[in-house]
Each structure stands twice: as structure tokens, then as C-alpha cells.
Design a protein. Structure first.
Length: 99
């Protein structure tokens, strides 16, 4: 099977519906294709703390979780220049994800 990589812009873990949908859908895909992985930006701020994948599985109510890779990026989203910070965030995420 071919490797599937799904880049996500968001933080992990998160209680937002978008991330919950991505994690639950990814869990189903991972059962069918074990070479599936998610890519999240490495952020300074997290909405929730977690130490292991077992904690993520319990939080989201799933029995399997795909590989999760975290790539570095410049996290300025809490600055007063939100629009500029968003573009920097997207650019650095795209740069590191492409390598």
C-alpha cells in the first residue's frame, strides 16, 4: 500500500470539531492502511496536554491512532499582528512539510 500523509493545520489535541473529525476519520483510514500518518505543526501552546498516544485514543474514543509527526514552525498566532502571523505560520508549515 502507498503511504498517505495528511497535513493538518491545527493543534493536537484539540476539542474543536474539525480536529475531532480528522482524528476519527484518520483512525478509520489507519485501520485500512497502516502506512497512513498525520502531520501537525509543533506549537508552543496546546489546548490540552498529553503524554502518550494511549491518552489521545482515550480522549477521542478511538481504538487505533495513526502515526503523528510534528514539524517545526514559527508560532506567532498569539501576537497582535494576527493576519501577518497567520501567513508566517502557513509559510513555515508548508516549508517544513515539503521537506
Amino acid at each position: 500500500m502507498k503511504r498517505i500523509i495528511y497535513p493538518v493545520i491545527g493543534r493536537l489535541p484539540s476539542e474543536k470539531a474539525k480536529i475531532i473529525q480528522i482524528i476519527k476519520t484518520s483512525s478509520w483510514i489507519f485501520k485500512k492502511n497502516p502506512s497512513f500518518s498525520l502531520i501537525f505543526p509543533k506549537r508552543k501552546t496546546h489546548s490540552l496536554a498529553y503524554n502518550k498516544n494511549s491518552e489521545l485514543m482515550k480522549f477521542y474514543g478511538i481504538d487505533k491512532i495513526p502515526d503523528i509527526e510534528k514539524i517545526p514552525n514559527i508560532d506567532l498566532l498569539n501576537s497582535k499582528f494576527k493576519r501577518f502571523a497567520w501567513y508566517i505560520h502557513i509559510f513555515t508549515y508548508s516549508f517544513f512539510e515539503g521537506n
